[in-house]
Design a protein around this ligand. Structure first.
Ligand SMILES: NC(=O)c1ccc[n+]([C@@H]2O[C@H](COP(=O)([O-])OP(=O)(O)OC[C@H]3O[C@@H](n4cnc5c(N)ncnc54)[C@H](OP(=O)(O)O)[C@@H]3O)[C@@H](O)[C@H]2O)c1
Length: 218
């Protein structure tokens, strides 16, 4: 499988790239900073420099040629304000989905977030509200497309080692932390289970082995 990962130098993305390389799949990491090429290559992926806040859908579609799937794992990240929540968490996902349609790449796994899908709680922090609004809009855009999408909403991410055990289901799943390493394993499992298309799934730490949990909802 050839997977193109938007946000290819992100923490989840690098874990996913190692995992895919370890099982003989090919990952292409879209990164915006040329200084990140070596890290991505060390994770076993091919690096392509592409700023998703500057590229056109045609630019990205050309990069998707020959791909089997797209994973959207980009994010404006901590420390960013409302404008970049919109330009990355929403608009870069829309751009990737536009490009996937143009390139004929049907499978698309989007990393969203628990909390998306409903309006921010009244009184929420302004940046959190703009983040949730951006994720909700990105989800809605993807759902409206003729693509084999899966939306994955993890709870709070940690850098703890993989546990291999999760709870994954359509909403609502009680909010809980989940290691990024388990999120990466779930993305790989979603790609292995195309029957998970057209599902919105929430993810937290739990008791079920990843492969079995994902297979059971496909
Ligand atoms: N933190 C949480 O608890 C939590 C919970 C649920 C979901 N999530 C979501 O999970 C996803 C991945 O999380 P993570 O921790 O792996 O994120 P991360 O480490 O912050 O990685 C995000 C990546 O997106 C890249 N990016 C930003 N703007 C870009 C652009 N214009 N063009 C190309 N790439 C760009 C960043 O590149 P640079 O390195 O160049 O900045 C970074 O490598 C995010 O969408 C996040 O919102 C987070």
């Amino acid at each position: 499988m050839r997977l193109v990962i938007a946000g290819g130098h992100g923490k989840i993305a690098l874990l996913l790239e190692r995992l895919l390389a370890g099982r003989g799949d090919q990952a292409v990491a879209l990164i915006r900073n040329p200084a990140h090429v070596t890290d991505v290559q060390e994770a076993g992926a091919e690096a392509v420099v592409c700023d998703l806040e500057a590229a056109s859908a045609d630019d990205v579609a050309a990069l998707l040629s020959g791909a089997d799937a797209v994973a959207f794992a980009a994010g404006a990240g901590p420390g960013s304000g409302a404008p970049r929540k919109d330009s990355v968490d929403r608009a870069a996902s829309v751009l990737m989905a536009d490009a996937a349609e143009r390139a004929g790449v049907r499978r698309f796994v989007q990393v969203s977030s628990m909390g998306a899908g409903q309006p921010p709680q009244p009184g929420s922090d302004e940046v959190w509200a703009s983040y949730i609004t951006a994720k909700t809009a990105a989800e809605a855009d993807l759902r409206a497309r003729d693509l084999d999408w899966t939306i994955l909403r993890p709870g709070g991410l940690t850098d703890a080692p993989a546990t291999g055990k999760i709870r994954i289901a359509p909403p609502p799943v009680p909010r809980g932390a989940v290691p990024r390493a388990d999120v990466a394993a779930v993305i790989a499992a979603l790609l292995d289970n195309p029957g998970t298309r057209h599902q919105t799934l929430e993810l937290a730490g739990g008791d079920s082995p990843v492969a079995a949990a994902v297979h059971s909802i496909s």
